[in-house]
Design a protein around this ligand. Sequence first.
Ligand code: PLP
Length: 319
Amino acid sequence: MSLLPTYDDVVQAAARIAGAANHTPVLTSRTANEEFGAEVFFKCENMQRMGAFKFRGAYNALSRFSPEQRRAGVVAFSSGNHAQAVALSARLLGMPATIIMPHDAPAAKVAATQGYGGKVVFYDRYTEDREAIGRALAEKDGLTLVPPYDHPDVIAGQGTAAKELFEETGPLDAFFVCLGGGGLLSGSALSTRALAPDCSLYGVEPEAGNDGQQSFRKGEIVHIDTPKTIADGAQTQHLGKLTFPIIQRDVDDILTVSDDELVACMRFFAERMKIVVEPTGCLGFAAARKMKDSLKGKRIGILVSGGNIDLPRFASLMG
Ligand SMILES: *Cc1c(COP(=O)(O)O)cnc(C)c1O
Protein backbone atom coordinates (compact mmCIF):
# COMPACT_ATOMS: atom_id res chain seq x y z
CA MET A 1 0.00 0.00 0.00
CA SER A 2 1.22 3.53 -0.78
CA LEU A 3 2.42 5.61 2.13
CA LEU A 4 -0.27 7.92 3.45
CA PRO A 5 0.51 11.64 3.83
CA THR A 6 0.84 12.96 7.40
CA TYR A 7 0.41 16.29 9.17
CA ASP A 8 4.13 16.93 8.52
CA ASP A 9 3.30 16.97 4.82
CA VAL A 10 0.57 19.54 5.49
CA VAL A 11 3.08 21.73 7.33
CA GLN A 12 5.50 21.51 4.37
CA ALA A 13 2.68 22.24 1.94
CA ALA A 14 1.74 25.34 3.94
CA ALA A 15 5.30 26.65 3.55
CA ARG A 16 5.27 25.88 -0.21
CA ILE A 17 1.99 27.66 -0.95
CA ALA A 18 2.62 30.67 1.33
CA GLY A 19 2.80 33.76 -0.84
CA ALA A 20 0.94 32.10 -3.72
CA ALA A 21 -2.30 31.08 -1.95
CA ASN A 22 -4.56 33.43 -0.01
CA HIS A 23 -4.76 33.05 3.75
CA THR A 24 -8.57 33.09 3.63
CA PRO A 25 -10.73 34.81 6.23
CA VAL A 26 -12.66 33.06 9.00
CA LEU A 27 -16.07 34.77 9.11
CA THR A 28 -18.68 34.70 11.85
CA SER A 29 -22.35 35.66 11.77
CA ARG A 30 -24.50 36.71 14.73
CA THR A 31 -27.51 35.28 12.91
CA ALA A 32 -25.80 31.89 12.58
CA ASN A 33 -24.68 31.96 16.21
CA GLU A 34 -28.26 32.72 17.30
CA GLU A 35 -29.72 30.03 15.06
CA PHE A 36 -27.34 27.44 16.55
CA GLY A 37 -27.09 28.73 20.12
CA ALA A 38 -23.40 28.13 19.50
CA GLU A 39 -20.29 29.81 18.08
CA VAL A 40 -19.90 29.10 14.36
CA PHE A 41 -16.69 29.78 12.41
CA PHE A 42 -16.78 29.77 8.59
CA LYS A 43 -13.45 29.14 6.85
CA CYS A 44 -14.10 30.94 3.57
CA GLU A 45 -12.32 29.13 0.74
CA ASN A 46 -14.76 30.75 -1.67
CA MET A 47 -12.31 33.64 -1.23
CA GLN A 48 -9.32 31.51 -2.16
CA ARG A 49 -7.53 32.25 -5.44
CA MET A 50 -9.62 30.97 -8.38
CA GLY A 51 -12.52 30.68 -5.93
CA ALA A 52 -11.97 27.35 -4.14
CA PHE A 53 -9.59 25.47 -1.82
CA LYS A 54 -8.35 23.39 -4.76
CA PHE A 55 -5.65 25.94 -5.51
CA ARG A 56 -3.88 24.75 -2.36
CA GLY A 57 -3.48 21.14 -3.43
CA ALA A 58 -2.75 21.88 -7.07
CA TYR A 59 -0.10 24.49 -6.35
CA ASN A 60 1.54 22.24 -3.78
CA ALA A 61 1.64 19.30 -6.21
CA LEU A 62 2.90 21.30 -9.20
CA SER A 63 5.58 23.09 -7.21
CA ARG A 64 7.16 19.68 -6.52
CA PHE A 65 7.60 18.85 -10.25
CA SER A 66 11.14 18.21 -11.52
CA PRO A 67 12.52 20.51 -14.28
CA GLU A 68 11.72 17.79 -16.88
CA GLN A 69 8.15 17.46 -15.65
CA ARG A 70 7.70 21.23 -15.78
CA ARG A 71 8.94 21.35 -19.36
CA ALA A 72 6.43 18.73 -20.60
CA GLY A 73 3.61 20.10 -18.46
CA VAL A 74 0.66 18.85 -16.47
CA VAL A 75 -2.62 17.12 -17.38
CA ALA A 76 -5.67 17.02 -15.12
CA PHE A 77 -9.28 15.84 -15.30
CA SER A 78 -11.91 17.78 -13.42
CA SER A 79 -15.52 18.87 -13.31
CA GLY A 80 -14.29 22.37 -12.70
CA ASN A 81 -12.44 23.75 -9.71
CA HIS A 82 -9.46 21.39 -9.88
CA ALA A 83 -9.15 22.36 -13.54
CA GLN A 84 -8.95 26.04 -12.73
CA ALA A 85 -6.59 25.33 -9.85
CA VAL A 86 -4.19 23.37 -12.06
CA ALA A 87 -4.41 25.87 -14.92
CA LEU A 88 -3.65 28.82 -12.64
CA SER A 89 -0.90 27.00 -10.73
CA ALA A 90 0.71 25.92 -14.02
CA ARG A 91 0.67 29.49 -15.30
CA LEU A 92 2.19 30.80 -12.07
CA LEU A 93 4.89 28.12 -12.19
CA GLY A 94 5.50 28.60 -15.93
CA MET A 95 4.39 25.25 -17.37
CA PRO A 96 1.75 24.16 -19.95
CA ALA A 97 -1.53 22.62 -18.72
CA THR A 98 -4.06 20.35 -20.48
CA ILE A 99 -7.42 19.95 -18.72
CA ILE A 100 -9.99 17.20 -19.42
CA MET A 101 -13.49 18.50 -18.59
CA PRO A 102 -17.05 17.18 -18.97
CA HIS A 103 -19.19 18.68 -21.78
CA ASP A 104 -21.71 19.87 -19.18
CA ALA A 105 -19.20 21.59 -16.88
CA PRO A 106 -20.44 25.02 -15.76
CA ALA A 107 -19.62 27.63 -18.43
CA ALA A 108 -17.92 29.91 -15.91
CA LYS A 109 -15.54 27.12 -14.89
CA VAL A 110 -14.64 26.28 -18.52
CA ALA A 111 -14.09 29.94 -19.38
CA ALA A 112 -11.98 30.52 -16.28
CA THR A 113 -9.81 27.48 -17.03
CA GLN A 114 -9.19 28.71 -20.57
CA GLY A 115 -8.65 32.21 -19.21
CA TYR A 116 -5.80 30.91 -17.05
CA GLY A 117 -4.20 29.50 -20.20
CA GLY A 118 -5.31 25.89 -19.81
CA LYS A 119 -5.98 23.83 -22.98
CA VAL A 120 -9.42 22.19 -22.48
CA VAL A 121 -10.30 18.72 -23.88
CA PHE A 122 -13.98 17.72 -23.43
CA TYR A 123 -15.49 14.29 -22.62
CA ASP A 124 -18.97 12.91 -21.80
CA ARG A 125 -19.19 12.36 -18.06
CA TYR A 126 -22.03 9.83 -18.38
CA THR A 127 -20.37 7.54 -20.98
CA GLU A 128 -16.59 8.12 -21.06
CA ASP A 129 -13.87 7.40 -18.48
CA ARG A 130 -11.96 10.61 -17.78
CA GLU A 131 -9.21 8.80 -15.91
CA ALA A 132 -8.46 6.64 -18.96
CA ILE A 133 -8.40 9.71 -21.24
CA GLY A 134 -6.04 11.43 -18.82
CA ARG A 135 -3.70 8.47 -18.62
CA ALA A 136 -3.58 8.14 -22.42
CA LEU A 137 -2.64 11.80 -22.84
CA ALA A 138 -0.07 11.52 -20.08
CA GLU A 139 1.60 8.61 -21.84
CA LYS A 140 1.43 10.03 -25.36
CA ASP A 141 2.91 13.47 -24.57
CA GLY A 142 4.91 12.75 -21.40
CA LEU A 143 2.63 14.94 -19.32
CA THR A 144 2.34 14.44 -15.56
CA LEU A 145 -1.17 13.61 -14.39
CA VAL A 146 -2.29 15.38 -11.22
CA PRO A 147 -5.54 13.79 -10.02
CA PRO A 148 -8.15 15.94 -8.26
CA TYR A 149 -7.97 14.20 -4.89
CA ASP A 150 -6.11 10.90 -4.70
CA HIS A 151 -2.53 12.18 -4.52
CA PRO A 152 -0.41 12.76 -1.39
CA ASP A 153 0.64 16.30 -2.40
CA VAL A 154 -2.95 17.26 -3.24
CA ILE A 155 -4.22 15.90 0.10
CA ALA A 156 -1.45 17.69 2.03
CA GLY A 157 -2.19 20.97 0.22
CA GLN A 158 -5.93 20.75 0.91
CA GLY A 159 -5.15 20.17 4.59
CA THR A 160 -3.64 23.65 4.90
CA ALA A 161 -7.11 25.30 5.02
CA ALA A 162 -8.06 23.44 8.23
CA LYS A 163 -4.59 24.12 9.63
CA GLU A 164 -5.18 27.86 9.17
CA LEU A 165 -8.64 27.58 10.72
CA PHE A 166 -7.47 25.85 13.90
CA GLU A 167 -4.48 28.16 14.21
CA GLU A 168 -6.92 31.07 14.19
CA THR A 169 -9.76 29.69 16.35
CA GLY A 170 -8.00 27.19 18.59
CA PRO A 171 -9.55 23.76 19.11
CA LEU A 172 -13.20 23.34 18.08
CA ASP A 173 -15.85 20.85 19.22
CA ALA A 174 -17.15 19.91 15.77
CA PHE A 175 -15.96 20.52 12.22
CA PHE A 176 -17.99 20.00 9.03
CA VAL A 177 -16.19 19.48 5.71
CA CYS A 178 -17.56 19.02 2.17
CA LEU A 179 -16.84 15.60 0.66
CA GLY A 180 -16.39 14.59 -2.97
CA GLY A 181 -13.42 12.32 -3.57
CA GLY A 182 -12.06 13.10 -0.14
CA GLY A 183 -8.96 15.22 -0.77
CA LEU A 184 -10.31 18.07 1.31
CA LEU A 185 -11.69 15.83 4.05
CA SER A 186 -8.61 13.63 4.39
CA GLY A 187 -6.28 16.66 4.41
CA SER A 188 -8.55 18.37 6.94
CA ALA A 189 -8.46 15.19 9.01
CA LEU A 190 -4.65 15.32 9.23
CA SER A 191 -4.80 18.91 10.52
CA THR A 192 -7.73 18.21 12.83
CA ARG A 193 -6.11 15.24 14.52
CA ALA A 194 -2.87 17.23 14.97
CA LEU A 195 -4.37 20.52 16.17
CA ALA A 196 -7.75 19.61 17.70
CA PRO A 197 -7.59 15.89 18.43
CA ASP A 198 -10.89 15.79 20.34
CA CYS A 199 -12.89 17.68 17.70
CA SER A 200 -15.69 15.66 16.07
CA LEU A 201 -15.00 15.64 12.34
CA TYR A 202 -17.78 15.11 9.79
CA GLY A 203 -17.62 14.69 6.03
CA VAL A 204 -20.73 15.83 4.16
CA GLU A 205 -22.04 14.58 0.80
CA PRO A 206 -25.10 15.23 -1.33
CA GLU A 207 -27.84 12.63 -0.66
CA ALA A 208 -27.76 11.46 -4.29
CA GLY A 209 -24.00 10.83 -4.12
CA ASN A 210 -23.52 9.10 -0.77
CA ASP A 211 -20.74 6.73 -1.91
CA GLY A 212 -18.50 8.03 0.87
CA GLN A 213 -21.09 7.27 3.53
CA GLN A 214 -21.65 3.80 2.08
CA SER A 215 -17.88 3.19 1.97
CA PHE A 216 -17.38 4.45 5.52
CA ARG A 217 -20.12 2.13 6.85
CA LYS A 218 -19.05 -0.87 4.79
CA GLY A 219 -15.30 -0.54 5.39
CA GLU A 220 -14.42 -0.65 1.68
CA ILE A 221 -14.55 1.77 -1.23
CA VAL A 222 -18.03 1.70 -2.83
CA HIS A 223 -18.44 2.87 -6.44
CA ILE A 224 -21.65 4.57 -7.64
CA ASP A 225 -22.90 6.00 -10.95
CA THR A 226 -22.33 9.74 -11.46
CA PRO A 227 -24.93 11.24 -9.10
CA LYS A 228 -27.42 13.89 -10.23
CA THR A 229 -27.13 16.79 -7.79
CA ILE A 230 -26.60 20.55 -7.93
CA ALA A 231 -23.38 19.97 -5.92
CA ASP A 232 -21.26 19.54 -9.06
CA GLY A 233 -18.01 19.53 -7.08
CA ALA A 234 -19.15 16.38 -5.25
CA GLN A 235 -20.26 14.29 -8.23
CA THR A 236 -17.39 11.87 -7.70
CA GLN A 237 -18.15 8.17 -8.04
CA HIS A 238 -15.80 6.84 -5.35
CA LEU A 239 -13.28 7.78 -2.68
CA GLY A 240 -9.55 7.33 -3.35
CA LYS A 241 -7.05 4.67 -2.33
CA LEU A 242 -5.28 7.30 -0.19
CA THR A 243 -8.23 9.41 0.93
CA PHE A 244 -10.38 6.47 2.11
CA PRO A 245 -8.00 5.00 4.72
CA ILE A 246 -7.35 8.44 6.21
CA ILE A 247 -11.09 9.14 6.34
CA GLN A 248 -11.75 5.74 7.92
CA ARG A 249 -9.08 6.31 10.54
CA ASP A 250 -9.70 9.97 11.43
CA VAL A 251 -13.29 10.95 10.59
CA ASP A 252 -16.19 10.47 13.02
CA ASP A 253 -19.02 10.14 10.51
CA ILE A 254 -20.21 10.94 7.00
CA LEU A 255 -23.51 12.83 6.69
CA THR A 256 -25.72 13.70 3.72
CA VAL A 257 -27.91 16.67 2.78
CA SER A 258 -30.49 17.33 0.05
CA ASP A 259 -30.17 19.78 -2.84
CA ASP A 260 -32.97 21.88 -1.27
CA GLU A 261 -30.97 22.15 1.94
CA LEU A 262 -27.98 23.34 -0.09
CA VAL A 263 -30.07 26.03 -1.78
CA ALA A 264 -31.33 27.25 1.62
CA CYS A 265 -27.70 27.63 2.73
CA MET A 266 -26.71 29.48 -0.46
CA ARG A 267 -29.52 31.91 0.33
CA PHE A 268 -28.33 32.31 3.94
CA PHE A 269 -24.78 33.03 2.79
CA ALA A 270 -25.95 35.60 0.23
CA GLU A 271 -28.58 37.34 2.37
CA ARG A 272 -26.96 37.25 5.77
CA MET A 273 -23.23 37.07 5.15
CA LYS A 274 -23.06 38.77 1.73
CA ILE A 275 -20.98 35.99 0.21
CA VAL A 276 -21.48 33.88 -2.93
CA VAL A 277 -21.06 30.16 -2.22
CA GLU A 278 -21.50 27.44 -4.84
CA PRO A 279 -23.85 24.53 -4.00
CA THR A 280 -20.99 22.13 -3.13
CA GLY A 281 -19.52 24.75 -0.82
CA CYS A 282 -22.69 24.63 1.29
CA LEU A 283 -22.48 20.93 2.20
CA GLY A 284 -20.80 21.44 5.57
CA PHE A 285 -23.10 24.21 6.75
CA ALA A 286 -26.21 22.33 5.59
CA ALA A 287 -25.27 19.26 7.66
CA ALA A 288 -24.43 21.34 10.73
CA ARG A 289 -27.83 23.02 10.50
CA LYS A 290 -29.56 19.63 10.40
CA MET A 291 -27.94 18.57 13.68
CA LYS A 292 -27.85 21.94 15.41
CA ASP A 293 -29.87 20.71 18.39
CA SER A 294 -26.90 18.57 19.42
CA LEU A 295 -24.43 21.45 18.93
CA LYS A 296 -25.77 23.94 21.50
CA GLY A 297 -23.08 25.82 23.41
CA LYS A 298 -20.30 24.38 21.23
CA ARG A 299 -17.65 25.89 19.00
CA ILE A 300 -18.21 24.74 15.43
CA GLY A 301 -16.07 24.96 12.30
CA ILE A 302 -17.60 24.99 8.81
CA LEU A 303 -15.42 24.63 5.75
CA VAL A 304 -16.95 26.76 2.98
CA SER A 305 -15.15 25.13 0.09
CA GLY A 306 -15.82 27.31 -2.94
CA GLY A 307 -17.79 30.07 -4.64
CA ASN A 308 -17.66 29.34 -8.36
CA ILE A 309 -21.12 29.43 -9.91
CA ASP A 310 -22.45 31.10 -13.08
CA LEU A 311 -24.47 34.14 -12.06
CA PRO A 312 -27.52 33.15 -14.17
CA ARG A 313 -27.50 29.76 -12.41
CA PHE A 314 -27.09 31.46 -9.03
CA ALA A 315 -30.05 33.73 -9.86
CA SER A 316 -32.25 30.83 -10.96
CA LEU A 317 -31.51 28.86 -7.78
CA MET A 318 -32.24 31.93 -5.64
CA GLY A 319 -35.38 32.88 -7.64
C1 PLP B 1 -13.65 19.55 -5.26
C2 PLP B 1 -14.58 20.27 -4.38
C3 PLP B 1 -15.12 19.64 -3.24
C4 PLP B 1 -14.83 18.21 -2.89
O1 PLP B 1 -13.47 18.01 -2.62
P1 PLP B 1 -12.82 16.55 -2.62
O2 PLP B 1 -11.40 16.77 -2.30
O3 PLP B 1 -13.03 15.96 -3.98
O4 PLP B 1 -13.55 15.76 -1.60
C5 PLP B 1 -15.94 20.39 -2.42
N1 PLP B 1 -16.24 21.67 -2.71
C6 PLP B 1 -15.76 22.30 -3.79
C7 PLP B 1 -16.13 23.72 -4.03
C8 PLP B 1 -14.91 21.62 -4.66
O5 PLP B 1 -14.42 22.26 -5.73
